[in-house]
Design a protein around this ligand. Structure first.
Ligand code: IMP
Length: 422
């Protein structure tokens, strides 16, 4: 029996999809625990590329059961598209995919309110997928849950009550036209017909599986610095991508967690707004974006790029309890003569003891850098740690020491085979 959590240790887009796919060959169950279709987990198998927004990245392994946990917010259209895409690729889901009856739905008014909010003064640079407004309704206890689909009369009543309120808001505050209640009800009923066979009490399912000594991987979306409690608020997502969220988002108790695996990109990227101390605005930044193909898997937006920030990753290690790390996209750095790594922040000439999560402090923080010589050679086909150039080994050992974890894998390309296991 083992329960491992895979967390993004920066601002998301660390390459969790590839790692979860890789680790899935050794587990029985993979469960997503938070977020929604704002995530875009990319997996490359041969010449084929899959991008998962909601379905766990273990689905490409025939023997793995995949669960969408209670902490996830589900956009019906996005889920149906993903199910269809997998079926077209000959991947059977019945009996392999289970959706929590307690997961919340993203309704059309959530997406609309997300885009209205983004056009106002408090822009965050969201993915526009309705994530924030859906979690707002969850915590305001007005959300529509998967379980509500099972009782049509209650469902219709809840949608009508919610729509009365949302239409008032849309019309009177935002001067937007009202949404049609019957259309939304019909969409939900249609969605229910299509997903009914996947709905279950996933918390009970997971805890039964633990009693049967099964091994489980809990897949986080986004990254620790986008966590609504521990991230760079307000430029965060509306859920808890940190490891604590894995327990509340699945119903697996903290006492059952055996390992926390942090995914660390060999440099840093961020999508959307918010402070980013090691961001590069020069040729190196452009080079990272180009070679690393740094465009959002969900929105296609260009990602902001910068050097690796071990001060930030060390913070992430602490709040997540990371004991193993997977370093991804190391191959992207092969094209640099010199590489920098941030080890500390200074404000007014004084080094900070703790990572600052306030916008005011973080935007003033000046990175303190350590310089490394690049290795300038292609490492994308190397499968053995010993075969890496010594400059790359030095870079990796420095990261492990500065961040305080052991490195278990190094990814040197998007394919499963482009991985070094230590
Ligand atoms: P939301 O999650 O769509 O509300 O967006 C809030 C912030 O999180 C924005 O800065 C997004 O760009 C960022 N974000 C959300 N999901 C992801 C992701 O999967 N990868 C990277 N950034 C994300």
């Amino acid at each position: 029996m083992s329960v491992s959590i895979v967390v993004g240790s920066q601002w998301g887009d660390e390459g969790k999809g590839k790692v979860v796919d890789l680790l899935s060959s050794k587990v029985d169950i993979v469960a997503r625990y938070q977020g929604g279709a704002n995530a875009g987990h990319t997996i490359k198998i041969g010449d084929k590329q899959f991008i998962f927004h909601l379905i766990p990245s273990g689905i490409l392994h025939d023997n793995v059961i995949c669960i969408i946990g209670n902490g996830v917010v589900i956009e019906p259209k996005a889920l149906l598209e993903e199910i269809e895409m997998l079926e077209q690729n000959g991947i059977t889901l019945e009996g392999r995919l289970f959706i929590s009856h307690n997961a919340h739905l993203i309704m059309p008014y959530h997406k609309l309110l997300d885009s209205i909010n983004e056009s106002g003064e408090r822009k965050i640079g969201t993915t526009g997928r309705g994530i924030g407004p859906s979690y707002i309704d969850k915590y305001a206890r007005k959300g529509i849950r998967i379980a509500d689909l099972l009782n049509k009369e209650i469902l219709k009543e809840k949608i009508r009550t919610n729509l009365k309120e949302k239409n008032n808001l849309l019309k009177k505050v935002y001067e937007h036209e009202e949404l049609n209640v019957d259309e939304i009800i019909n969409e939900c009923l249609d969605f229910d017909r299509k997903i009914d066979k996947y709905i279950t009490d996933t918390s009970a399912y997971l805890n039964d599986a633990l009693e049967q000594q099964k091994s489980i991987l809990l897949e986080g979306a986004q990254g620790a610095l986008l966590d609504v409690d521990h991230g760079t608020y307000p430029y965060v997502t509306s859920s808890n991508p940190t490891s604590g969220g894995a327990c509340t988002g699945t119903g697996i108790p903290p006492t059952k967690i055996t390992k926390v695996i942090g995914i660390v990109k060999a440099y840093t990227t961020r999508v959307g707004l918010g402070p980013f101390p090691t961001e590069l605005f020069d040729e190196d930044g452009k080079k990272l974006a180009e070679i690393g193909v740094e465009f959002g898997a969900t929105t296609g937006r260009p990602r902001r790029c910068g050097w690796l920030d071990t001060f930030l990753v060390n913070y992430s290690r602490r709040i997540n309890g990371i004991n193993r790390a997977v370093i991804t996209k190391l191959d992207v750095l092969s094209h640099f003569e010199n590489i920098k790594v941030c080890t500390a922040y200074e404000i007014n000439g004084k080094q900070l003891k703790y990572f600052p999560t306030s916008e005011a402090e973080l935007s003033q923080a000046k990175p303190v850098y350590e310089n490394f010589k690049g290795w300038n050679t292609d490492i994308s086909e190397i499968n053995n740690f010993e075969d890496l150039p010594h400059e790359a080994k030095e870079y990796l050992s420095f990261i492990a020491v500065k961040c305080g974890f052991e490195i278990s894998h190094i990814s040197v390309g998007p394919k499963r085979s482009q991985t070094i296991e230590l």
